[in-house]
Design a protein around this ligand. Structure first.
Ligand code: NAI
Length: 244
């Protein structure tokens, strides 16, 4: 049985990706930053109901030593690591002149350093296996910029560069690396926005609505599948036609 690791997967897009990959037949290694993220949460039961193995690993993916212990445990528990989805991410929005250095550094650590940590560690497991799929969560903010998100857009643009470099370095070992760039997706992150702001955002979308988490998970499932065996180093925008 093949195994998929999804970082930051107790809720939101990460949980939807984990459930979709379980439906595709993968054993699932869930991750989040604290045990409390899995309280009052039925994601583990939902995944197990698909008949696959599922374990949760508490690790702050911005910390290299915690990622090292996390990846070592997954390898010991599951044997192989076939898919890595670098999904964990946070926002600390604010206009540039008011953004604190602390909030800049925190977003870089969680969104960007985590991709280095996990790709380095899981990449070396995949290189020995001579196969693997890595899928990174970028964002339209990384492609086009977004006022109030100097920190976040920097990390999401960085992830695109990291995706292409990983694709070039690991391609000869039969490892693909791609990114998805979601637009406005219906999650806790976007629920926090005012009705007014959400209406203004939706106006810019060709399809006239926000996306659902399952619509991100479906594209990730494709990138992890056999059908995507010759797709690497690409960024797939999933935004309902926000920009074209
Ligand atoms: P969310 O906030 O609902 O879920 C993120 C998860 O990551 C949470 O469970 C959180 O506890 C976990 N997490 C945070 N810091 C962590 C750390 N240091 N270590 C381990 N886990 C950590 O967010 P959502 O909306 O599901 O976003 C998932 C990804 O998709 C993020 O990378 C985000 O930037 C990206 N994205 C989301 C969009 C949206 O509209 N919701 C749009 C574009 C990209």
């Amino acid at each position: 049985m093949a195994t998929a690791i999804i970082t930051g997967s107790a809720r939101g897009i990460g949980a939807a990706i984990a459930l979709r990959l379980a439906k595709d037949g993968y054993d699932i290694a869930l991750n989040d930053i604290a045990e409390s993220c899995f309280e009052n949460n039925d994601i583990i039961d939902k995944i197990k109901a698909e008949g696959v193995k599922c374990e949760k690993y508490i690790a702050d993916v911005s910390k290299y030593d915690q990622c090292e212990a996390f990846v070592k445990s997954v390898k010991a528990d599951f044997g192989s690591i076939d898919v890595l989805v670098n999904n964990a991410g946070i926002t600390r929005d604010g206009l540039l002149v008011r953004m604190s250095e602390e909030n800049y550094d925190l977003v870089v650590a969680v969104n960007q350093k985590s991709v280095f940590n996990m790709t380095k560690l899981v990449g070396s497991v995949m290189m020995k296996q001579r196969s693997g799929r890595i899928i990174n969560l970028a964002s339209v903010a990384g492609l086009y910029g977004n006022p109030g998100q100097m920190n976040y857009s920097a990390t999401k643009a960085a992830i695109i560069g990291m995706t292409k470099t990983t694709a070039k370095e690991l391609g000869p070992r039969n490892i693909t690396c791609n990114a998805v760039a979601p637009g406005f997706i219906h999650t806790a992150m976007t629920d926090a926005l005012s009705e007014e702001l959400r209406a203004a955002m939706v106006k810019q979308i060709a399809m006239g609505r926000c996306g659902e988490v399952e619509e991100i998970a479906g594209v990730v499932s494709f990138l992890a599948s056999k059908d995507a065996s010759y797709v690497t180093g690409q960024v797939i925008e999933i935004s309902g036609g926000l920009s074209m």
